[in-house]
Design a protein around this ligand. Structure first.
Ligand code: ADP
Length: 270
């Protein structure tokens, strides 16, 4: 990127001096370009299923004397409609989170319940690929947060782990309580992510392989949502991955303040 400046010159009344303001436009242009891309992507992601739907409706009407064809087309219509619903739902979630203030009144969220919910949500997909889902270390672990949003984040990570893994592999979900954080990990033995894509996968609509993402029902928004949910919780998401061997995503959340901890801190400082 070439750095560009917007220069404004203002005479300082009666002094004979001029004020020169140079504003770096590079960042503003970048933000503007990202916004334009986002809008273009939204249009594309919405128009594609709508186009498919109208074509399928036409084809179905033409095939009215072939019940088997009608059944097939209707099924495809349902798939396209549900894809449209997913994109819209994800866009709504994302727009609610963008620019939201950090969570002011977090509740105590039971990590075990969050993980169970995520496992239930992907059970059918995992079963059909004989993927084993395992959870460990989650019992009794509590984090401060918004349960619904943490469920969404965990579901997105576990769904990706299943979607981007071959059959008969394992997805492990674990919780680790450290001194100041609670780390929730989702590790898979899947296709992995190329090094050069790693820092971009959290961008809206960024996909390593668009065809593959769509084939598994992905909207390209899942990780952007996870990232925003973490920011909203004053936490962060990180990823480790090796192409061909697997990926591990970590949600790092601040550890809740417990009476025990408050007491032990007090003891430390006495
Ligand atoms: P999508 O709906 O495409 O899965 P996400 O935002 O959830 O969108 O993920 C962005 C991209 O990151 C995916 O398209 C995929 O290329 C890559 N990705 C995410 N999770 C994994 C994973 N566990 N293993 C391999 N690739 C992944």
């Amino acid at each position: 990127d070439v750095t560009s400046f917007a220069v404004r010159v203002a005479p300082l009344g009666g002094t004979g001096l001029v004020l020169v303001l140079a504003e770096d436009q590079t960042e503003r242009r970048r933000v503007e370009a990202v916004r334009r891309d986002f809008v273009a992507n939204i249009s594309h992601e919405l128009k594609t299923p709508v186009g498919a739907l109208s074509l399928l409706a036409e084809t179905t009407a033409d095939a009215s004397d072939d019940p088997e064809a009608v059944r097939r087309f209707t099924e495809r219509m349902q798939q396209e409609a549900s894809r449209l619903t997913s994109v819209i739902q994800d866009l709504i979630t994302l727009s609610r989170l963008q620019g939201a203030e950090p969570l002011a009144e977090p509740e105590d969220v039971d990590v075990e319940a969050v993980v169970e919910d995520a496992i239930d949500a992907v059970a059918t997909a995992a079963d059909s690929k004989e993927i084993e889902l395992m959870a460990s270390g989650t019992e009794g672990v509590v984090v401060p947060g918004d349960e619904g949003l943490l469920v969404t984040a965990m579901r997105n990570l576990v769904a990706n782990a299943v979607a981007y893994s071959p059959e008969r592999t394992r997805v492990s979900i674990s919780a680790e309580v450290t001194e100041n954080t609670v780390d929730l990990r989702v590790a898979d033995q899947g296709i992995g992510i190329p090094q050069q894509d790693l820092e971009r996968i959290f961008e809206r609509f960024y996909r390593v392989d668009a065809a593959r993402s769509r084939a598994t029902g992905g909207t390209g928004l899942g990780l952007a949502i996870v990232k925003h949910i973490m920011t909203h919780h004053r936490g962060e998401v990180s990823v480790w991955s090796k192409e061909g061997s697997g990926s591990t995503f970590t949600l790092r959340l601040p550890r809740p303040e417990t009476p025990e901890r408050a007491r032990s801190d007090a003891n430390t400082y006495r």
